[in-house]
Design a protein around this ligand. Structure first.
Ligand code: AMP
Length: 180
């Protein structure tokens, strides 16, 4: 019997995912989603899977984390009938509501949330491509919460469980389409 529904979609996405060894530093296994997103069926399957995991949540807005979270978050927001707010890297926004620095699997970074687009009390769904150490997602949650909004859940295409990123998210629900 051939796989159906979510299993078929997950198999399709897994088959399109590209693993790049030693990028951006020796020893890092980089999971490249450009090969998934460039494929019409891959993009549709990824959107269905992410939106499906979040569909049970009552939410007001999707938050997409720069940069691949913008592509995925916008697709998910469209599927769920919601708008999208970008969490951007430092220095890109003309007006910053909140700012947070954090450690990455391979470096450090600062994320910022724009002013005037996230209403206090808003319920947000956070979308990104990969959860590695969880620093990025935890910082994004912190930004949202600093603005008086709530993260109802997070969804990523790929979770790297060995890096224990889930533990940095506290009791916020995390949905992962695939694990590696
Ligand atoms: P982290 O904060 O460690 O969870 O890292 C997550 C962010 O960094 C995501 O936005 C990913 O795009 C990127 N990232 C970290 N590690 C990897 C990896 N091994 N492969 C692909 N992207 C990664």
């Amino acid at each position: 019997m051939s796989p159906t529904g979510d299993t078929a979609d997950a198999d399709l996405v897994a088959g399109l995912l590209r693993e790049v060894r030693d990028f951006p530093k020796p020893g890092i296994r980089f999971w490249d989603l450009t090969t998934v997103l460039a494929d019409a069926r891959g993009l549709a399957a990824t959107t269905r899977l992410l939106a499906g995991t979040l569909a049970g949540d009552t939410a007001d807005v999707v938050i997409g984390i720069e940069a691949r979270g913008f592509l995925l978050g916008a697709a998910v927001a469209q599927a769920l009938g919601l708008g999208i707010v970008p969490v951007r890297k430092q220095g890109k926004l003309p007006a910053v509501a909140a700012s947070r620095s954090y450690d990455l699997e391979y470096g450090s970074a600062t994320l910022e949330l724009p002013t005037g687009v996230l209403a206090p009390g808003a319920r947000a769904l956070l979308v990104d491509d990969v959860l590695a150490t969880g620093g990025t997602a935890a910082a994004a949650c912190g930004l949202v919460e600093e603005c008086g909004a709530t993260v109802t859940s997070l969804a990523v295409v790929l979770e790297l469980p060995a890096l224990q990123g889930r533990a940095r998210l506290g009791d916020r629900p995390l949905h992962a389409v695939l694990q590696r």
